[in-house]
Design a protein around this ligand. Structure first.
Ligand code: OGA
Ligand code: MN
Length: 199
């Protein structure tokens, strides 16, 4: 992990895209954990927090499963994120305290409308989200499969970056700086979305 490089670019542009930051074996294991034939683990994602929580397919069409530190594969991913957390706290003084993340599977035809990871909920963790991470698990993903992550400038008007969700890629961005959207996927789209929050 090149903490200095990540920190420098986060400071300069607010986001960074990394190609294959994880060991290939770990990426493959994470893919094997991100399978919704395990209906015990995955459930429809909901929008909002607390009483306002509701499932709205038109806004968000993925099924999710939170990582479980007791699982050795999930644990390995969380350890990597813990190193990132400590490294960024030491270089950028972000005061990152907590990290939570979930597997997400978007079926063909699903996406996630433009939103902010900070404003979407009034709950404790949503309000304090500082840094968002998304790790992609889509082998042989083609441009025609769609499902791009689109980052907008803070006003939400113009596009800053369009990211194809190809296998092994990770994006890290400041949660409050970029409204973003997941374009409709034409194929099953797998990822791990996570958030570092401050106290
Ligand atoms: C999210 C999100 C982006 C992606 O889950 O909040 O914005 O590319 N995900 O999956
Ligand atoms: Mn988001």
């Amino acid at each position: 992990m090149h903490i200095e490089k990540i920190a420098e670019q986060l400071e300069r542009t607010g986001y960074i895209v990394l190609d294959n930051p994880l060991l290939a074996i770990l990426s493959a294991q994470l893919f094997s954990r991100c399978q919704d034939n395990d209906t015990q683990r995955f459930h429809a994602a909901r929008v909002g927090r607390g009483l306002a929580r509701k499932q709205v397919d038109a806004i968000r069409g993925d099924v999710i499963s939170w990582l479980d530190d007791a699982d050795h594969i999930d644990h390995a991913y969380l350890v990597w994120m813990e190193q990132l957390r400590n490294g960024l706290n030491a270089t950028l003084y972000l005061g990152l305290f907590d990290y939570e993340c979930h597997y997400a599977i978007y079926g063909a035809g699903a996406g996630y409308a433009k939103h902010s990871d900070v404003l979407q909920g009034r709950g404790r963790t949503a309000r304090n989200r500082i840094l968002s991470t998304v790790f992609y698990l889509n082998e042989n993903w083609q441009v025609c499969d769609g499902g791009e992550l689109v980052l907008f400038e803070p006003t939400g008007d113009s596009v800053i970056a369009t990211v194809n969700p190809t296998f092994g890629k990770m994006i890290i961005f400041l949660s409050d700086a970029f409204p973003h959207q997941v374009l409709m996927a034409n194929n099953q789209r797998r990822s791990i979305a996570g958030w570092f929050s401050a106290r």
